[in-house]
Design a protein around this ligand. Structure first.
Ligand SMILES: C[S@@+](CC[C@H](N)C(=O)[O-])C[C@H]1O[C@@H](n2cnc3c(N)ncnc32)[C@H](O)[C@@H]1O
Ligand code: SF4
Length: 463
């Protein structure tokens, strides 16, 4: 597949759109796109394997930024219509290719382009988004009332990109414990050194830490003593402090006691699925009993609990997925995050995986409707590349147990001071409507070797 675009600023979006219809290796044609602007008339020409499709648009907007965004929308919709006709498919998110649909809608309102009550109509009419997804965006926005835009309020993120073993579906960079065991203490030393420098910046610049999130990987691969050492140095009085335990086989009473001692409020215990045959196929070396036991322990300590599941796991069909949802509802955790499997080589699926793929839209629809019927509300949403069916991930809460950090991350509403290998800091300048990002080294070895450089860059970035 080849895409050639005369307008380089839309090339990536056009490519992303083609990839939503066709898997990269599977795309049967090449696409070329040309456009010309003559006064207020925009002509867009899509050529697919020599066959031309031409459309003309009236562009009578004076503001240069708006002109650009309208032109981009027209090009994408044109390509969407052509691809939809050829493939006979429509996409749940229409011609929207970005990863944050709720932020996209909020930005339209904040830029004064549309009134809030017009969000569903505009998403459906101007971006070909399905009615259901447009409604979902509105529900998500309604449940994000906790957002506070203030440049002095920041979130703190610490990354532990290490897991007991690798799950074979996982799209995150994380190291198997056995391969980095000898570097673990040095990694912690570096993380604490970075934390110390950051604490000084926080004091000097009068930042206020609103939320803390320790993620990964699997932070609870650390021993209770290592967790105690790390958490002992994180002493900000925050409302929300999450530790993404994730793998139930890493959770012990001793570790939960340490988390409680250091004022952690929220943890995750992720089943991914309650089908043990699937767990074996996906190489996730955990059992349902481990999830139930960890959950009972977490309830004893009064943590808010999140559970992650994934729709579209290797060989699962709708019936099995529905049983996972009903088990989740019996457990009734405060938060549930429903992911759609993201898979890079969707062109080479086995027969069983192809069948799963067909069921995925029904699974996601079933999960969303059933959770909402049972009192859960969607409060954050994002899309990843290569998600089956062009679908999305949605975080649900019950009884207003919102995770503000998740909202801030997805909606870019607060700066994030991010520490550790692979962590990406973000500085949000609300008044200027501008964001800057600062990545640390991706790999543990490089992070350790270049820790002083990481610290210097971070300190400058937040000064
Ligand atoms: C950063 S991971 C950490 C979770 C933790 N280590 C665990 O496994 O429980 C967060 C979540 O991303 C989701 N995830 C990972 N790989 C995925 C993929 N390829 N497609 C969709 N969701 C994925 C899983 O639900 C996982 O719980
Ligand atoms: S434990 Fe979590 S982060 Fe680690 S490989 Fe499995 S899904 Fe990915």
């Amino acid at each position: 597949m080849k895409i050639f675009c005369q307008n380089s600023d839309v090339e990536k979006d056009m490519q992303d759109l083609v990839n939503l219809f066709y898997d990269e290796e599977d795309c049967p044609f090449s696409v070329e796109h040309f456009s010309s602007l003559d006064e207020n008339k925009l002509t867009s020409k899509i050529i697919i394997d020599g066959k031309e499709d031409v459309e003309e648009f009236v562009l009578d907007e004076k503001n240069e930024l708006l002109r650009k965004s309208l032109a981009k929308r027209h090009f994408k919709n044109h390509l969407y219509d052509v691809l939809s006709k050829i493939s006979g498919k429509t996409l749940p998110w229409g011609s929207l290719t970005g990863v944050r649909p709720a932020k996209f809608a909020r930005d339209l309102v904040e830029r004064g382009e549309i009134k809030p009550h017009l969000i569903p109509e505009v998403l459906v009419r101007d971006y070909h988004v399905s009615n259901e997804k447009a409604k979902l965006v509105v529900q998500v926005l309604q449940n994000q009332k906790c957002i506070i835009k203030n440049d002095k309020l920041v979130d703190l993120f610490l990354n532990i990109p290490i897991c007991p073993t690798r799950c074979n579906y996982c799209s995150f960079i994380s190291n198997e414990l056995s391969k980095v065991h000898d570097k673990l203490e040095t990694y912690l030393d570096c993380l604490l050194k970075e934390l110390e420098a950051v604490k000084k910046v926080i004091t000097d610049r009068a930042y206020i830490v609103r939320n803390i999130y320790i993620g990964g990987g699997t932070p609870t691969v650390l021993s209770a003593q290592q967790l105690d050492r790390l958490l002992g140095e994180i002493n900000f009085p925050v409302d929300e402090f999450t530790v993404e335990c994730g793998r139930p086989d890493t959770i012990t009473r001793e570790k939960l006691e340490v988390l409680k001692k250091h004022s952690v409020t929220r943890i995750s215990i992720n089943p991914q699925t309650f089908c043990e045959a699937t767990l074996k196929r996906i190489g996730r070396k955990c059992t349902n009993k481990q999830v139930f036991d960890a959950y009972m322990l977490a309830m004893e300590y009064g943590f808010v609990v999140n559970m992650d599941i994934i729709a579209g796991l290797d060989g699962e069909r709708l019936g099995v997925f529905k049983r996972t949802i009903s088990t989740l509802l019996e457990l009734y955790p405060e938060n549930i995050t429903v992911h759609t499997l993201s898979i890079k080589n969707a062109a080479q699926l086995t027969e069983a995986e192809e069948k799963t793929k067909l069921d995925v839209p029904k699974m996601v629809d079933y999960a969303q409707k059933t959770l909402m019927q049972n009192g859960y509300k969607p409060y954050y949403i994002y899309r990843q590349k290569h998600q089956l069916g062009g679908l999305e991930n949605v975080g649900f809460m019950r009884d207003d147990n919102v995770c503000i950090f998740n909202i801030d991350s997805m909606e870019d509403t607060a700066s994030v001071i991010a520490l550790g290998a692979g962590a990406i800091s973000k500085r949000v300048f609300n008044l200027e409507n501008r964001i800057e990002r600062q990545p640390n080294c991706k790999f543990i070895e490089d992070y350790i070797a270049r820790i002083d450089e990481m610290i210097e860059k971070k300190v400058n970035f937040f000064s």
